[in-house]
Design a protein around this ligand. Structure first.
Ligand code: HPA
Length: 270
């Protein structure tokens, strides 16, 4: 895999992706941060050697390079999900490439359903910890020790300094920022009432279908990482309303300006 990572990286450098400081992964319905970036280079995922190809049509599937708040950033507009049929290694491959490009920090966003019913649609949750319910690990493969240590410590997977900066950014901008535990499930089906009850019992505050693999790999590579969930629906098992992906995307787009404000503010000071 090392050879492939190097080839992907060399390709991106040849396209102008020079020494980004911060990596950003944008979740479902959360692509508009791109409009705030002075773009210097962009490449579709399917043109990057060894990158998985983008399949879900509402994801634009591009890697973007440019300046934001005076920092050089590399942004994934759209990510890969296990539910699209990719492996955990495919899903996390871009994180390894961004590390090789030189990122020193990683910011991640996603759309999620709330399990903690104090968290309402359109609000944002800072992920303080997570539950990996994906049934696998992106580190469970032969040769992983050549890329980093196998038995990665996960006692503090989310960077406390970056988290504090996000909290301060939320106060400064008057944005509600809840804190909680994110559970990652395979999907793509949404949860049953019984599953929402189960997620509550095991300590989840929000549930989604991403982020945890990328965060595990960021820890493997020792990249400090923070992640936020935009709450797009409420998983109240006693009052469950049908949700569909269009509603989820629409709600993500509605809440997106707040997420953008937080990311902008925090990038300034990274
Ligand atoms: N469950 C799982 N994934 C999600 C949800 C949800 O309720 N909302 C957005 N992504």
């Amino acid at each position: 895999m090392i050879k492939q990572i190097k080839e992907s990286t060399d390709f991106l450098i040849s396209r102008g992706f020079a020494a980004p400081e911060v990596g950003i992964i944008l979740g479902t319905g959360l692509g508009k941060l791109i409009e705030e970036i002075e773009i210097e280079a962009e490449v579709s995922y399917n043109h990057i050697p060894y990158f998985p190809t983008a399949t879900v049509e509402f994801h634009k599937g591009k890697l973007i390079y440019g300046s934001l708040e005076g920092k050089k950033v590399v942004v994934m507009q759209g990510r890969f999900h296990l539910y699209e049929g990719y492996t955990l290694q495919d899903v996390t491959y871009p994180v390894r490439v961004m590390k090789h490009l030189g990122i020193q920090k990683l910011l991640v966003s996603n759309a999620a359903g709330s399990i903690n019913l104090n968290f309402k649609k359109g609000e944002i949750m800072l992920i303080e910890d997570h539950l990996n319910l994906l049934g696998g690990s992106p580190l469970a493969f032969y040769g992983v020790e050549h890329l980093g240590e196998r038995f990665v410590d996960m006692s503090q997977p989310y960077d406390p300094v970056m988290n504090k900066a996000l909290e301060e950014a939320s106060k400064k901008n008057n944005i509600t920022l809840h804190k909680g535990v994110y559970a990652s499930v395979l999907g793509p089906q949404l949860e049953t009432k019984a599953e929402y009850r189960y997620l509550k019992i095991i300590g989840a505050d929000a549930v989604g279908m991403s982020t945890v693999p990328e965060v595990i790999v960021a820890n493997h590579l020792k990249i400090p990482v923070s992640a936020v969930s935009v709450i797009t629906d409420e998983g109240d098992p006693d009052n469950l309303e049908p949700v569909n992906i269009q509603d989820i995307i629409a709600m993500a787009e509605k809440a997106e300006p707040n997420m953008i404000s937080l990311f902008r503010e925090v990038i300034k000071d990274l």
